[in-house]
Write a protein that binds this ligand. Structure first.
Ligand SMILES: [Zn+2]
Length: 385
Protein backbone atom coordinates (compact mmCIF):
# COMPACT_ATOMS: atom_id res chain seq x y z
CA UNK A 1 0.00 0.00 0.00
CA UNK A 2 2.90 2.35 0.66
CA UNK A 3 4.67 1.33 -2.52
CA UNK A 4 3.61 4.25 -4.69
CA UNK A 5 4.55 6.95 -2.21
CA UNK A 6 7.89 5.20 -1.73
CA UNK A 7 8.55 5.37 -5.43
CA UNK A 8 7.92 9.07 -5.25
CA UNK A 9 10.77 9.43 -2.79
CA UNK A 10 12.42 12.12 -4.84
CA UNK A 11 9.31 14.21 -5.12
CA UNK A 12 10.02 17.52 -3.38
CA UNK A 13 6.45 17.43 -2.17
CA UNK A 14 7.03 14.26 -0.21
CA UNK A 15 8.40 15.53 3.05
CA UNK A 16 7.30 19.01 3.96
CA UNK A 17 8.71 19.29 7.44
CA UNK A 18 11.50 17.33 9.04
CA UNK A 19 13.92 17.81 11.88
CA UNK A 20 16.80 17.78 9.44
CA UNK A 21 14.67 19.65 6.95
CA UNK A 22 16.51 20.43 3.81
CA UNK A 23 17.33 24.08 3.32
CA UNK A 24 15.21 23.99 0.22
CA UNK A 25 12.10 22.93 2.09
CA UNK A 26 12.74 25.55 4.77
CA UNK A 27 13.10 28.20 2.12
CA UNK A 28 9.85 27.18 0.44
CA UNK A 29 8.11 27.48 3.76
CA UNK A 30 9.46 30.99 4.30
CA UNK A 31 8.44 32.07 0.82
CA UNK A 32 4.83 31.12 1.37
CA UNK A 33 3.17 33.85 3.38
CA UNK A 34 -0.51 33.25 2.56
CA UNK A 35 -0.79 36.99 2.81
CA UNK A 36 -4.09 37.66 1.09
CA UNK A 37 -7.71 38.16 2.06
CA UNK A 38 -9.22 34.80 2.94
CA UNK A 39 -12.02 34.50 0.40
CA UNK A 40 -13.19 31.20 -1.11
CA UNK A 41 -11.73 32.14 -4.47
CA UNK A 42 -8.34 33.18 -3.02
CA UNK A 43 -8.15 30.03 -0.92
CA UNK A 44 -8.86 27.98 -4.04
CA UNK A 45 -6.28 29.92 -6.04
CA UNK A 46 -3.42 29.97 -3.53
CA UNK A 47 -3.99 27.24 -0.95
CA UNK A 48 -6.13 24.32 -2.05
CA UNK A 49 -3.98 23.75 -5.16
CA UNK A 50 -2.09 20.98 -3.42
CA UNK A 51 -2.32 19.07 -0.19
CA UNK A 52 1.15 20.20 0.92
CA UNK A 53 0.12 23.86 0.53
CA UNK A 54 -3.08 23.18 2.44
CA UNK A 55 -1.10 21.58 5.26
CA UNK A 56 1.39 24.47 5.38
CA UNK A 57 -1.51 26.91 5.44
CA UNK A 58 -3.20 25.09 8.35
CA UNK A 59 0.12 24.75 10.20
CA UNK A 60 0.65 28.50 9.81
CA UNK A 61 -2.70 29.15 11.48
CA UNK A 62 -1.92 26.69 14.26
CA UNK A 63 -4.80 24.41 13.27
CA UNK A 64 -2.52 21.42 12.81
CA UNK A 65 0.84 20.78 14.47
CA UNK A 66 4.03 22.10 12.93
CA UNK A 67 5.99 19.31 14.55
CA UNK A 68 5.30 16.18 16.46
CA UNK A 69 7.47 14.21 18.86
CA UNK A 70 7.43 10.45 18.63
CA UNK A 71 5.73 9.14 21.77
CA UNK A 72 8.17 6.19 21.81
CA UNK A 73 11.59 7.67 21.14
CA UNK A 74 10.89 11.43 21.58
CA UNK A 75 12.53 12.25 18.26
CA UNK A 76 10.79 14.73 16.00
CA UNK A 77 8.65 12.93 13.46
CA UNK A 78 8.51 13.71 9.74
CA UNK A 79 5.56 14.10 7.42
CA UNK A 80 5.46 11.21 5.01
CA UNK A 81 3.28 10.79 1.95
CA UNK A 82 0.56 8.16 1.83
CA UNK A 83 -2.70 7.40 0.05
CA UNK A 84 -5.12 8.40 2.77
CA UNK A 85 -7.38 11.42 2.66
CA UNK A 86 -4.74 13.82 4.02
CA UNK A 87 -1.98 12.38 1.80
CA UNK A 88 0.53 12.72 4.66
CA UNK A 89 1.00 11.33 8.13
CA UNK A 90 3.54 11.77 10.91
CA UNK A 91 6.21 9.10 10.71
CA UNK A 92 9.13 8.27 12.99
CA UNK A 93 12.44 6.82 11.93
CA UNK A 94 12.29 4.40 14.81
CA UNK A 95 9.49 2.87 12.72
CA UNK A 96 7.34 2.28 15.72
CA UNK A 97 4.78 4.97 15.17
CA UNK A 98 2.67 6.73 12.61
CA UNK A 99 0.25 9.44 13.71
CA UNK A 100 -2.48 11.23 11.78
CA UNK A 101 -1.80 14.91 11.12
CA UNK A 102 -5.28 15.59 12.55
CA UNK A 103 -4.31 14.36 16.02
CA UNK A 104 -6.00 16.58 18.67
CA UNK A 105 -7.01 19.10 16.01
CA UNK A 106 -10.33 20.66 15.03
CA UNK A 107 -10.41 18.13 12.16
CA UNK A 108 -9.73 15.02 14.23
CA UNK A 109 -13.06 13.22 14.02
CA UNK A 110 -13.88 13.86 10.39
CA UNK A 111 -13.12 12.00 7.18
CA UNK A 112 -13.71 15.03 4.96
CA UNK A 113 -10.87 16.67 3.06
CA UNK A 114 -9.20 19.42 5.10
CA UNK A 115 -9.96 21.92 2.34
CA UNK A 116 -13.64 20.90 2.37
CA UNK A 117 -13.89 21.55 6.09
CA UNK A 118 -12.33 25.00 5.71
CA UNK A 119 -14.78 25.77 2.90
CA UNK A 120 -17.74 24.75 5.08
CA UNK A 121 -16.49 26.86 7.98
CA UNK A 122 -16.06 29.75 5.55
CA UNK A 123 -19.67 29.37 4.39
CA UNK A 124 -20.79 29.28 8.02
CA UNK A 125 -18.78 32.37 8.88
CA UNK A 126 -20.28 34.27 5.96
CA UNK A 127 -23.85 33.36 6.90
CA UNK A 128 -24.46 31.23 3.84
CA UNK A 129 -27.51 28.99 4.15
CA UNK A 130 -26.58 25.35 4.55
CA UNK A 131 -27.80 24.38 1.06
CA UNK A 132 -25.28 26.82 -0.46
CA UNK A 133 -22.51 25.35 1.65
CA UNK A 134 -23.22 21.90 0.18
CA UNK A 135 -22.72 23.38 -3.25
CA UNK A 136 -19.69 25.55 -2.43
CA UNK A 137 -17.84 22.88 -0.52
CA UNK A 138 -18.59 20.27 -3.21
CA UNK A 139 -19.06 17.59 -0.62
CA UNK A 140 -20.84 14.70 -2.23
CA UNK A 141 -23.69 13.84 -4.55
CA UNK A 142 -25.56 12.22 -1.74
CA UNK A 143 -27.66 15.21 -0.67
CA UNK A 144 -29.01 13.82 2.57
CA UNK A 145 -25.56 12.69 3.69
CA UNK A 146 -24.12 16.06 2.68
CA UNK A 147 -26.72 18.04 4.52
CA UNK A 148 -26.03 16.10 7.71
CA UNK A 149 -22.34 16.83 7.29
CA UNK A 150 -23.04 20.53 6.85
CA UNK A 151 -25.38 20.60 9.85
CA UNK A 152 -22.70 18.94 11.99
CA UNK A 153 -19.99 21.38 10.93
CA UNK A 154 -22.27 24.39 11.34
CA UNK A 155 -23.08 23.19 14.87
CA UNK A 156 -19.42 22.63 15.56
CA UNK A 157 -18.57 26.09 14.21
CA UNK A 158 -21.15 27.71 16.46
CA UNK A 159 -19.52 25.97 19.43
CA UNK A 160 -16.23 27.43 18.25
CA UNK A 161 -17.88 30.88 18.27
CA UNK A 162 -18.97 30.35 21.87
CA UNK A 163 -15.47 29.35 22.94
CA UNK A 164 -13.89 32.21 20.99
CA UNK A 165 -16.24 34.65 22.68
CA UNK A 166 -15.47 33.46 26.17
CA UNK A 167 -11.75 33.25 25.46
CA UNK A 168 -11.91 37.02 25.82
CA UNK A 169 -13.72 38.86 28.57
CA UNK A 170 -17.28 38.99 27.32
CA UNK A 171 -18.50 41.70 29.68
CA UNK A 172 -19.81 44.86 28.06
CA UNK A 173 -20.30 48.43 29.33
CA UNK A 174 -18.29 50.04 32.13
CA UNK A 175 -18.36 53.44 33.87
CA UNK A 176 -19.62 56.12 31.47
CA UNK A 177 -20.81 53.52 28.96
CA UNK A 178 -24.50 53.00 28.18
CA UNK A 179 -25.96 49.51 27.79
CA UNK A 180 -29.56 49.00 26.68
CA UNK A 181 -31.24 45.84 27.96
CA UNK A 182 -34.51 44.24 26.90
CA UNK A 183 -36.41 40.96 26.72
CA UNK A 184 -38.05 39.64 23.58
CA UNK A 185 -40.32 36.69 22.86
CA UNK A 186 -38.97 34.45 20.11
CA UNK A 187 -40.99 31.91 18.22
CA UNK A 188 -44.20 31.58 16.36
CA UNK A 189 -47.13 33.85 17.07
CA UNK A 190 -49.74 31.85 18.86
CA UNK A 191 -53.08 31.33 17.17
CA UNK A 192 -54.85 29.88 20.14
CA UNK A 193 -54.31 32.14 23.07
CA UNK A 194 -54.12 29.39 25.65
CA UNK A 195 -50.84 27.77 24.66
CA UNK A 196 -47.46 29.46 24.66
CA UNK A 197 -45.13 26.55 24.14
CA UNK A 198 -43.96 27.79 20.76
CA UNK A 199 -42.38 30.81 22.35
CA UNK A 200 -39.10 31.42 24.11
CA UNK A 201 -37.99 34.43 26.10
CA UNK A 202 -34.65 35.91 25.17
CA UNK A 203 -32.81 38.48 27.24
CA UNK A 204 -30.15 40.73 25.77
CA UNK A 205 -28.09 43.88 26.08
CA UNK A 206 -26.21 46.06 23.61
CA UNK A 207 -23.48 48.57 24.26
CA UNK A 208 -23.92 51.97 22.64
CA UNK A 209 -21.06 53.11 20.45
CA UNK A 210 -19.80 49.59 19.68
CA UNK A 211 -20.90 46.24 18.24
CA UNK A 212 -20.75 44.53 21.62
CA UNK A 213 -23.80 42.69 22.86
CA UNK A 214 -25.03 39.62 24.70
CA UNK A 215 -28.08 37.42 24.15
CA UNK A 216 -29.33 34.58 26.32
CA UNK A 217 -32.45 32.46 26.07
CA UNK A 218 -34.15 32.42 29.47
CA UNK A 219 -36.92 30.34 31.04
CA UNK A 220 -38.74 33.44 32.28
CA UNK A 221 -38.25 37.15 33.02
CA UNK A 222 -37.97 36.99 36.79
CA UNK A 223 -35.43 38.94 38.81
CA UNK A 224 -33.93 35.62 39.87
CA UNK A 225 -33.29 34.77 36.22
CA UNK A 226 -32.25 38.16 34.84
CA UNK A 227 -30.00 39.61 37.55
CA UNK A 228 -27.28 36.94 37.44
CA UNK A 229 -27.15 37.45 33.66
CA UNK A 230 -26.88 41.21 34.13
CA UNK A 231 -23.91 40.93 36.51
CA UNK A 232 -22.33 38.22 34.37
CA UNK A 233 -22.41 40.29 31.18
CA UNK A 234 -22.47 43.94 32.30
CA UNK A 235 -19.49 45.57 34.00
CA UNK A 236 -19.91 47.38 37.33
CA UNK A 237 -20.65 51.09 37.01
CA UNK A 238 -22.43 50.79 33.66
CA UNK A 239 -25.37 53.06 32.83
CA UNK A 240 -28.24 50.68 32.04
CA UNK A 241 -31.40 51.67 30.18
CA UNK A 242 -34.43 49.38 30.05
CA UNK A 243 -38.19 49.38 29.83
CA UNK A 244 -40.27 49.47 33.01
CA UNK A 245 -40.42 45.70 33.50
CA UNK A 246 -40.79 45.00 37.23
CA UNK A 247 -37.76 42.71 37.45
CA UNK A 248 -35.43 45.66 36.89
CA UNK A 249 -36.62 47.46 40.04
CA UNK A 250 -33.74 47.95 42.46
CA UNK A 251 -31.06 47.79 39.81
CA UNK A 252 -30.10 51.43 40.32
CA UNK A 253 -27.14 51.50 42.71
CA UNK A 254 -26.62 47.73 42.60
CA UNK A 255 -23.09 46.80 41.45
CA UNK A 256 -22.50 50.51 40.80
CA UNK A 257 -25.08 50.53 38.01
CA UNK A 258 -26.96 53.69 37.08
CA UNK A 259 -30.37 52.54 35.91
CA UNK A 260 -32.86 54.53 33.84
CA UNK A 261 -36.14 53.39 32.36
CA UNK A 262 -38.27 54.21 29.32
CA UNK A 263 -42.01 53.73 29.45
CA UNK A 264 -42.66 51.81 26.25
CA UNK A 265 -46.40 51.70 26.55
CA UNK A 266 -46.39 55.48 26.14
CA UNK A 267 -43.33 56.48 24.11
CA UNK A 268 -40.35 55.07 22.29
CA UNK A 269 -38.22 57.94 23.54
CA UNK A 270 -38.90 59.19 26.99
CA UNK A 271 -39.96 62.83 26.35
CA UNK A 272 -38.55 64.21 29.57
CA UNK A 273 -35.24 62.34 29.81
CA UNK A 274 -34.63 61.46 26.14
CA UNK A 275 -33.83 57.87 27.14
CA UNK A 276 -34.60 55.16 24.64
CA UNK A 277 -33.76 51.52 23.87
CA UNK A 278 -33.77 51.77 20.08
CA UNK A 279 -30.49 49.97 19.68
CA UNK A 280 -31.55 46.76 21.42
CA UNK A 281 -34.97 46.93 19.75
CA UNK A 282 -33.20 47.06 16.38
CA UNK A 283 -30.93 44.18 17.36
CA UNK A 284 -33.88 41.83 17.89
CA UNK A 285 -34.76 42.22 14.24
CA UNK A 286 -31.23 41.28 13.14
CA UNK A 287 -30.98 38.33 15.52
CA UNK A 288 -34.27 36.89 14.35
CA UNK A 289 -33.21 37.25 10.73
CA UNK A 290 -29.99 35.40 11.60
CA UNK A 291 -31.88 32.29 12.73
CA UNK A 292 -32.65 29.52 10.22
CA UNK A 293 -35.79 30.23 8.18
CA UNK A 294 -36.92 26.66 8.67
CA UNK A 295 -36.94 27.08 12.44
CA UNK A 296 -34.58 26.29 15.25
CA UNK A 297 -34.31 23.67 17.92
CA UNK A 298 -34.95 25.30 21.25
CA UNK A 299 -31.88 23.78 22.88
CA UNK A 300 -29.69 25.21 20.10
CA UNK A 301 -30.98 28.79 20.43
CA UNK A 302 -28.09 29.93 22.61
CA UNK A 303 -25.59 28.50 20.15
CA UNK A 304 -27.19 30.60 17.38
CA UNK A 305 -26.87 33.60 19.67
CA UNK A 306 -23.18 32.91 20.29
CA UNK A 307 -22.50 32.77 16.57
CA UNK A 308 -24.52 35.97 16.08
CA UNK A 309 -22.59 37.68 18.91
CA UNK A 310 -19.24 36.54 17.62
CA UNK A 311 -19.88 37.62 14.04
CA UNK A 312 -21.40 40.91 15.20
CA UNK A 313 -18.44 41.77 17.44
CA UNK A 314 -15.52 40.34 15.42
CA UNK A 315 -16.84 39.29 12.02
CA UNK A 316 -16.71 42.66 10.32
CA UNK A 317 -12.95 43.01 10.69
CA UNK A 318 -10.84 42.89 7.56
CA UNK A 319 -9.29 39.60 8.65
CA UNK A 320 -12.37 38.29 10.43
CA UNK A 321 -12.22 34.79 8.97
CA UNK A 322 -8.50 34.47 9.60
CA UNK A 323 -9.05 35.57 13.22
CA UNK A 324 -11.80 32.98 13.56
CA UNK A 325 -9.54 30.18 12.29
CA UNK A 326 -6.81 31.30 14.69
CA UNK A 327 -9.30 31.33 17.56
CA UNK A 328 -10.40 27.80 16.63
CA UNK A 329 -6.72 26.80 16.78
CA UNK A 330 -6.51 28.17 20.34
CA UNK A 331 -9.53 26.11 21.39
CA UNK A 332 -8.63 22.94 19.49
CA UNK A 333 -4.90 23.24 20.01
CA UNK A 334 -3.31 20.31 18.17
CA UNK A 335 -0.40 20.37 20.61
CA UNK A 336 -2.65 19.85 23.59
CA UNK A 337 -4.32 16.56 24.50
CA UNK A 338 -7.63 18.19 25.40
CA UNK A 339 -9.46 21.13 23.80
CA UNK A 340 -9.21 24.37 25.79
CA UNK A 341 -12.81 25.23 26.61
CA UNK A 342 -13.35 28.73 27.93
CA UNK A 343 -17.11 28.85 28.41
CA UNK A 344 -18.15 28.40 32.02
CA UNK A 345 -21.83 27.59 32.60
CA UNK A 346 -21.51 27.10 36.33
CA UNK A 347 -22.89 29.53 38.89
CA UNK A 348 -19.61 31.38 38.77
CA UNK A 349 -21.44 34.69 38.55
CA UNK A 350 -20.40 38.01 40.08
CA UNK A 351 -22.39 38.95 43.21
CA UNK A 352 -24.32 35.67 42.99
CA UNK A 353 -24.91 35.46 46.76
CA UNK A 354 -26.04 39.08 47.01
CA UNK A 355 -28.49 38.52 44.18
CA UNK A 356 -29.87 35.43 45.93
CA UNK A 357 -30.41 37.55 49.05
CA UNK A 358 -32.25 40.25 47.09
CA UNK A 359 -34.52 37.94 45.13
CA UNK A 360 -35.09 35.72 48.15
CA UNK A 361 -37.80 33.16 47.65
CA UNK A 362 -39.25 34.90 44.60
CA UNK A 363 -41.51 32.64 42.55
CA UNK A 364 -40.91 32.37 38.82
CA UNK A 365 -44.51 31.57 38.02
CA UNK A 366 -45.62 35.21 37.81
CA UNK A 367 -43.31 35.84 34.91
CA UNK A 368 -44.31 33.35 32.25
CA UNK A 369 -47.06 35.41 30.64
CA UNK A 370 -46.73 36.57 27.07
CA UNK A 371 -48.90 38.95 25.17
CA UNK A 372 -48.90 39.81 21.51
CA UNK A 373 -47.04 43.05 22.10
CA UNK A 374 -44.01 40.99 23.06
CA UNK A 375 -43.94 39.29 19.68
CA UNK A 376 -42.11 40.98 16.85
CA UNK A 377 -42.93 40.64 13.21
CA UNK A 378 -40.34 37.97 12.38
CA UNK A 379 -41.49 34.65 13.75
CA UNK A 380 -40.23 31.16 13.26
CA UNK A 381 -40.81 27.68 14.52
CA UNK A 382 -39.10 26.36 17.61
CA UNK A 383 -38.68 22.62 17.87
CA UNK A 384 -38.45 20.96 21.22
CA UNK A 385 -36.09 18.20 20.17
ZN1 LIG B 1 10.17 7.14 17.33
Amino acid sequence: MLSTPKRRANDNDKIISTRSASKRAKKDEEDISFDFKYTLSNLGKYVFLSQSLTILFLQGLGLISKEKKCPDCSQLMVLKADHDVDKYHWYCKCRSKTITIRKNSFFENSKLQLSTIIKIVYCFFNNMPQQYAIHEAEISDDISKSSHTIIDWYNFSRDACRESLFMNNQQIGGPGVVVEIDESAFGKRKYNRGRIRQTQWVFGGVERGSNKLFLVSVPNRSKKTLWPIITKYIKPGTTIISDCWKSYKGLNGFNGYKHFTVNHSENFVDPTTGYHTNKIEGSWFHVKRHLPKTGAKRHLLNSYFYSFMYKRIYGKRQDGFKDFLQNIAKVFDPNSEQPNFYYDDSNNIPLYDQIQDIVGAEEDTDYEEYDDNDMDEINFFLFDN
